[in-house]
Structures are given as structure tokens and as C-alpha cells.
Design a protein around this ligand. Structure first.
Ligand SMILES: [Zn+2]
Length: 228
């Protein structure tokens, strides 16, 4: 569904199966953020088709972090001219995971093609300008992506509407996560576009959501300390 002149939102709404929200930034160059699970990619294809878009027209796929519910479907573009980009730390994490997996199970995981690495700074793709922000804490190599023209922040699994990303998975770190969220506060955000759940719309609501999340985080740590 179209949410701004250049931005399409494909929310994942099933309660029985997990997948991520996907976003498409459209223009002369077409950019997809987080394709999700491979076996659920038809959900995105159908959604795009109903907006008159085709998954074959995507020029670049950006991955917010190396969890399968966000990146797995990148293998769909292997051997095509569509480029795939993620943070170097995310790729290293995947390679390490694949190595351990093979050692313990004897099975090989697919190698996911990544054409170039994302790092903090500006990424220009055709007429689009994205600010890449390094936001570890939920997963190694986690990034948030800020679309300057539309003031949209794609926050992956760092911050959601009224919630924040978990930090108990391999490579997670609560202090890194809260520092990552703090970094995002300086951005002028009109739409918070998270990796799961609904959008947060309006500058005031986005700010309010940030403060609510800080309060939740503090509350959680206060509880942890009293338990000790
Ligand atoms: Zn995740």
C-alpha cells in the first residue's frame, strides 16, 4: 500500500507465522527494504502487484539485519542484476553461524549473495538519498535507514510502535540497543517504519514513542535489579 508519493508499505499481519514488514521506495531506481522469509515472498509479490509494481523491477535490496525473517528472501535475486546490500558485521555473523551449523549438524546453509556493504553515512541510489545509521544491540550489523526526502525512518528491529527489539538472541546487547535508539532521536522523523507491527505517523507521535520506549526500557531494568 502506498504511504507517501514514493513509498510503499507491505505489512506482515499474520499472528500464526512470523515475517517482517517490507518497504519499497519507488522512482527511477527501486529499492526494497527487508524482503523477509523466502517461503513467504509471494505475500510481497502479491502486494506489489496490486500496487502495479513488480518484484523483478527492484534495483537494490537493503537488509536491516541478519535475521532470517528479514533477509532470507535475498536468495531470490541471486544471479540477477538486482544488488543486495547489508552491513559487513551482519554478513560476518551469518558466515560464522553457517560455519557452526555445519560443524554441529553436518549440513550446509545457503550462501547469501551480498553485492556491497552498508556503513554509516549517506547512500545515494538514483534520486533517493538514504542515511545509514549503525544500530547494533538487537543483532550484529543492524542498521536503520533514514529516507531524508520523506523523513521516514526504517527502524528494522531496533524500535517499534510502543516497543523495542529483543536483545537476548546471539550477538544481542541491551546497552548497545539503548544507545542505538538514543542516536535515532536526533533525526527529524515524520513516519517511523519498523520491521514488525504498525507505522507510527506524525512527528509528535514518533517523539512520544521514543520517550515511551525509553521509559519501558528503564522500567524493565529497574525490575531486573530488584530481582537481583
Ligand atoms: Zn530481528
Amino acid at each position: 500500500m502506498k504511504i507517501t508519493e514514493h513509498l510503499f508499505y507491505y505489512p506482515w499481519e499474520s499472528l500464526t507465522e512470523n515475517n517482517c514488514n517490507s518497504y519499497v521506495v519507488w522512482g527511477r531506481r527501486k529499492v526494497l527494504i527487508d524482503p523477509g522469509h523466502l517461503h513467504l515472498l509471494d505475500h510481497l509479490e502479491r502486494g506489489m502487484r496490486s500496487d502495479g509494481l513488480s518484484i523483478n523491477d527492484i534495483d537494490l535490496v537493503l537488509v536491516t539485519h541478519p535475521h532470517p525473517d528479514h533477509f532470507e528472501a535475498i536468495s531470490r535475486w541471486a544471479g540477477t542484476s538486482t544488488m543486495v546490500a547489508m552491513h559487513r558485521d551482519g554478513k560476518i555473523f551469518l558466515e560464522e553461524f553457517a560455519r557452526l551449523w555445519q560443524e554441529t549438524t553436518g549440513k550446509t546453509l545457503p550462501i547469501f549473495p551480498v553485492d556491497f556493504f552498508l556503513k554509516a553515512g549517506t547512500l545515494k541510489v538514483g534520486e533517493h538519498s538514504f542515511k545509514i545509521i549503525e544500530t547494533p544491540g538487537h543483532a550484529p550489523g543492524s542498521i536503520c535507514i533514514y529516507l531524508e526526502r520523506d523523513r521516514v525512518l526504517f527502524s528494522g528491529d531496533v524500535i517499534f510502535a510502543r516497543s523495542f527489539g529483543r536483545f537476548d538472541l546471539p550477538g544481542g546487547d541491551p546497552l548497545q540497543l539503548i544507545r542505538s535508539i538514543e542516536q535515532l532521536l536526533e533525526l527529524d522523523v515524520e513516519i517511523l517504519a519498523p520491521g514488525h507491527g504498525p507505522l507510527v505517523k506524525g512527528r509528535g507521535s514518533v517523539k512520544e514513542n521514543f520517550y515511551l520506549v525509553f521509559a519501558l526500557f528503564q522500567q524493565m531494568f529497574a525490575q531486573e535489579n530488584t530481582r537481583i
